[in-house]
Design a protein around this ligand. Structure first.
Ligand SMILES: *Cc1c(COP(=O)(O)O)cnc(C)c1O
Length: 387
């Protein structure tokens, strides 16, 4: 294979072929993803910083400064002054970092197997984390509203409880756990609390009063130790852009490893070499859109979700699972299973996914999805179900 070279022309012809096999967000047919088409201004910034490596920040002090400004802005968004953290590859890495910190803190005082209390609705990244960090999972069932059943948490606390995890914007249904109450429990027992707002972090702060009310889900709750917030979901940043924020600088320091031959003498990330391009893209987006710009993006997504909710509720043989809190919506049908529906919609060109708890069809209404796509989708769905 490698002994025959291709011309540049052939290469790009081939690249185009590969690209044509992919789905595009622009088609409006991806209703299953929490990622979206990156904003053009973010792509421009990304390209400009494509050679940077934040694993060796002494060589790229400007990019490194940008990372600290992004962390400061994300902290501000989540009501934390002097946040510590990093822009990482995504929610998975952010969650790993938080749980590694919690484990190191636990091991300073305890000998037993560390236990993590998390809801049934936790993202599958926690399966990886539980296995990699050799944790014992104490799973909190969901209540009748599909949220972490807060009344069951205290029963699961033992002297080996290392951390509690709660979700602000679940991956499957987009629901927000009662962080305020969970924070009180964690604070009163002096237990590390991590909030996974990988998705919700770029939605909840921008909801209007009617949708947000007096909801507190972030560092305003004094029991919250760390949060995951991903720019590459509703932040409109190109992949890979995840965020991890710690309330206490000394917690991030628990991850520090000496890096003798690099330009700075320590690293507090899991990966070594890492792009500064996503940081530049995120810095650009936060400054370009600001609160006002993101409020508009979120408003549009929520309005389309409410429109879809209303239409689905009127459709014959459709049951909507729950009232959406964010721009996700789920449903079932009494004449076809979720898996069959997913397959039949696939044949119409739609990509939807199936949630497991409960077993329902799941739609994510990201900014690349427009009203005309939804109208077309609903027509096709009606034909699949009632045609
Ligand atoms: C998407 C998501 C993750 C994982 O993020 P990646 O960027 O895919 O690693 C973690 N938690 C929640 C709640 C998510 O929605």
């Amino acid at each position: 294979m490698l002994d025959k070279r291709m011309t540049k022309e052939d290469i790009f012809e081939n690249l185009k072929k590969f690209q044509d096999m992919d789905m595009s967000y622009e088609s409006g047919r991806i209703l299953s993803s929490m990622c979206t088409k990156p904003d053009p201004i973010a792509m421009e910034a990304y390209k400009m910083f494509i050679e940077t490596n934040l694993g060796d920040p002494g060589l790229f002090p400007g990019t490194s400064l940008m990372e600290s400004e992004v962390i400061e802005m994300l902290g501000h968004l989540l009501h934390l002054e002097n946040a510590s953290g990093h822009l990482v590859t995504g929610g998975t890495e952010a969650n790993i970092m938080a749980m590694a910190v919690a484990k190191y803190l636990f091991q300073e005082k305890h000998e037993g197997v560390p236990e993590i209390i998390l809801p049934e609705s936790a993202h599958f990244s926690f399966k990886k984390i539980i296995s990699m960090l050799s944790l014992e999972a104490k799973v909190v069932p969901l209540d009748e509203n599909y949220k972490m059943d807060v009344s069951k948490i205290e029963d699961l606390i033992t002297e080996n409880t290392m951390a509690i995890v709660a979700i602000a914007g679940t991956t499957e249904l987009g629901l927000i756990d009662d962080i305020e109450k969970i924070s009180e429990i964690a604070y009163s027992h002096d237990i590390y609390l991590h909030i996974d707002a990988a998705f919700g972090g770029f939605v909840i702060p921008f909801l209007d009063d009617e949708h947000k009310g007096d909801l507190n889900f972030d560092f305003k709750c004094k029991g919250v130790s760390s949060m995951t917030i991903d720019p590459h979901k509703m932040g409109l940043a190109p992949v890979p852009a995840g965020g991890i924020l710690f309330r206490h600088a000394e917690h991030l320091e628990k991850l520090a490893v000496k890096t003798p031959y690099l330009s700075k003498n320590k690293q507090t990330t899991i990966v070594g070499t890492r792009t500064g391009a996503a940081t530049a893209a995120t810095w650009t987006l936060l400054n370009y859109y600001g609160m006002e710009g993101y409020r508009k993006i979120v408003k549009n997504a929520i309005e389309l979700t409410e429109y879809t909710y209303k239409k689905l509720n009127l459709m014959k043989n459709v049951t909507v699972t729950c009232k959406p809190e964010l721009n996700l919506i789920s449903f079932t049908s009494n004449n076809k299973s979720a898996d069959i529906l997913k397959q039949e919609l696939y044949d119409y060109g739609w990509r939807v996914s199936v949630a497991q708890r409960p077993h329902v069809v799941r739609l994510v209404l990201m900014p690349h999805v427009k009203k005309e796509h939804i109208d077309r989708f609903l027509t096709d769905l009606n034909e699949v179900l009632n045609g």
